[in-house]
Design a protein around this ligand. Structure first.
Ligand code: PLP
Length: 363
């Protein structure tokens, strides 16, 4: 069967060249006579893989030397607890911006550990926008301020960061990781699960400013203590070895394409095709205010549930899979991460145009 265009919010498409290379190397990695899946994480071959993955992260994201790059497990969701455990250790206060489901979940988890304040929320607007964060709401003695840069479920992207002064800013970048350049120096920590833009599910990447490490609460589980993970170069226990290898291949793919500035152009071009169509269509409408539209996750609706269902079914039958919106919001959502080729978006829009025409005639 021909490969489909997978518009899933995660796990999502990986570059075909990466999958082919992994297939080629499946039984014999680099003359070792074994698969990376079978390799000791303490071997010199594997050491080269994890070091290369880290070096590529540093190069592509322009990560300064005073930041650690950690390869962990547990998904972004585990960090929702690890973050307060590691950092809510001064005043015991943390300020959260709630711009969608993921930041809301992170906020709820942090409430178990200390004094959490929601400093801004767009819940009243159904997260169709990113809330403004009034400086007066932020607490200067907070241990950190938390944001989710790209809210995957609702499809909004925070383009302007809150003015946090000297308080460390922590950002969930799961669904916009490596999608465009990001100034790491503005953050105390960024993190994300790999399954949206980087590798198969099971790998979580945390990039943390060194001076924030070493103050975890005493009852922090060893596996959630970032300092211990950093001191052991992410090899305190067995890391998700194969995922880190795929991550390395994806980073090499991005480098070959020209880096994150090129990636951004590629992503903007794709998003523009889809948003332009949504703006001109009489049947399909985008759900997010224009200035906050995500480049990665594009939610849209028609004015009828039946039509939504019919469209989703037709998509699946025509090789555009996982276009159904998140179960909590309904409608449709096209996730167009780095690995989605421009043809995938062009073909989807052609298909939407035809669908609209046919259904107009039928009326
Ligand atoms: C997918 C996602 C998560 C959850 O990731 P897991 O790895 O499944 O825990 C958290 N935050 C954002 C922004 C996401 O897109």
């Amino acid at each position: 069967m021909a490969r489909v265009y997978n518009f899933s919010a995660g796990p999502s498409m990986l570059p075909e060249s990466v999958l082919n290379r992994a297939a080629d190397e499946m039984l014999d990695y680099n003359g070792t006579g074994e698969s990376v899946m079978e390799m000791s994480h303490r071997s010199k071959e594997y050491d080269a893989i994890i070091k290369n993955a880290e070096a590529l992260f540093r190069e592509l994201m322009n990560i300064p030397d005073n930041y650690k790059v950690l390869f962990l497990q547990g998904g972004a969701s585990t960090q929702f607890a690890a973050i307060p455990l590691n950092f809510m250790n001064g005043s015991g206060k943390a300020d959260y911006v709630v711009s969608g489901q993921w930041s809301n979940k992170a906020m709820k988890e942090a409430q178990k550990y200390g004094d959490v304040k929601v400093v801004a929320s767009s819940k009243e607007q159904n997260f169709s926008c990113v809330p403004d964060v009034p400086k007066s709401e932020l607490r200067p003695d907070a241990d950190y301020v938390y944001v989710c840069l790209n809210e995957t479920v609702h499809g909004n992207l925070m383009r302007t960061l809150p003015d946090v002064g000297d308080v460390p800013l922590i950002a969930d970048i799961s669904s916009c990781f490596l999608s465009e350049p990001l100034d790491i120096t503005k953050f105390g920590m960024v993190f994300g699960g790999a399954q949206k833009n980087i590798a198969p599910a099971g790998l979580t990447i945390c990039i943390i400013r060194e001076d924030l490490l070493g103050n975890a609460r005493e009852d922090t589980p060893t596996m959630l203590d970032y300092k211990i993970m950093a001191d052991n170069d992410s090899l305190y226990n067995t890391p998700p070895c194969y995922n880190i290898y795929i991550c390395m291949l994806v980073l090499e793919w991005i480098k070959k394409l020209g880096g994150l500035e090129k990636m951004k152009q590629h992503n903007e071009a794709k998003a523009k095709i889809l948003y332009n169509f949504l703006d001109e269509s009489e049947m399909f409408k985008g759900t997010v205010v224009k200035k906050d539209r995500s480049l990665m996750n594009v939610p849209f609706v028609t004015d009828s549930e039946e039509l939504n269902a019919e469209f989703i079914k037709a998509c699946t039958e025509n090789g555009f899979i996982n276009i159904k919106g998140h179960r909590s919001v309904g409608g449709m959502r096209a996730s167009i991460y780095n690995a989605m080729p421009i043809e995938g978006v062009e073909k989807l829009v052609d298909f939407m145009r035809e669908f609209e025409l046919e259904h107009k005639e039928a009326k």
